[in-house]
Design a protein around this ligand. Sequence first.
Ligand code: A2P
Length: 284
Amino acid sequence: GQPVITLNNGTYIPALGFGVWQMENLEECEKAVIKAIEVGYRMIDTAAIYQNETAVGKAIKNSGIDREDLFVTSKLWVQDHGYEKAKSAFQRTLNRLQLDYLDMYLIHWPFGDFLGAWKAMEELYEEGKIKAIGVCNFTIEKLEELKPHSTVSPVINQVELHPIFQQKELRAYNQENNIITQPWSPLGNGNAELLESPVLKKIAFNHNKSTAQIILRWHLQEGFCVIPKSVTPSRIEQNFNVFDFELTESEMNMIRSLDTGKRLFFDPKDPAWEEKMLNAVADI
Ligand code: A2P
């Protein structure tokens, strides 16, 4: 079997999964997920706001894989925060995925009434409809805000993280609190400067691997649960082919030194971003 990570509630998640953010073309998404399952991925990471849960559901069904062999994650959208709305949004997600439970359900952004949403998720978790619950894009402050209002601790905090932006402080906090860090856009969303970095190229040459594979291996060796996205069959396969080599401690350190401390994407602390998300019109 492939490497798994144990979550704080005793469940397991594959260490490497398949991300489907930015797969707006549903046919392409369905094909990509089928390809991913074919080459061995056993974890799929989607979200209501990606608007491709239907395609993911079809792919799962058509792949012929047994449900219990797959780990399926989705995320609750900001507009569905609050106790009641979260419950019905979860049901709609299940319907679109044609599933009767989720392996993991995450709060997508820590805005609006996420405490009410968490309460609903805790109940769904206790009922067995979700096997593990977690969060995304939570800062230390938001995790501290959630703590006194929760009886179930989040298993994962999914945040922007790649060699350019390594989140050292938040990672340390997650670790102290038994929360697994799950990077989104682990390849920096295909950022050319990253993928063509001379440091990575040199390490890639040493191992006869691509720079993308080196980055994914770095994530795995840091203990992260990583979910690269690709719609390109050869890359889908390549990104899964990272279990047959190991980076040395000195190579790990070379990659650690690429941290600029600057994100490439949205800042959860930016009030303008929060405002935009709270008002984003989403009929999902
Ligand atoms: P594509 O989907 O066209 O194959 P991230 O997961 O960090 O958000 O990165 C996703 C981006 O990186 C996509 O644009 C994807 O392109 C690209 N990508 C994924 N895998 C590789 C790879 N092995 N080599 C180069 N680019 C890749």
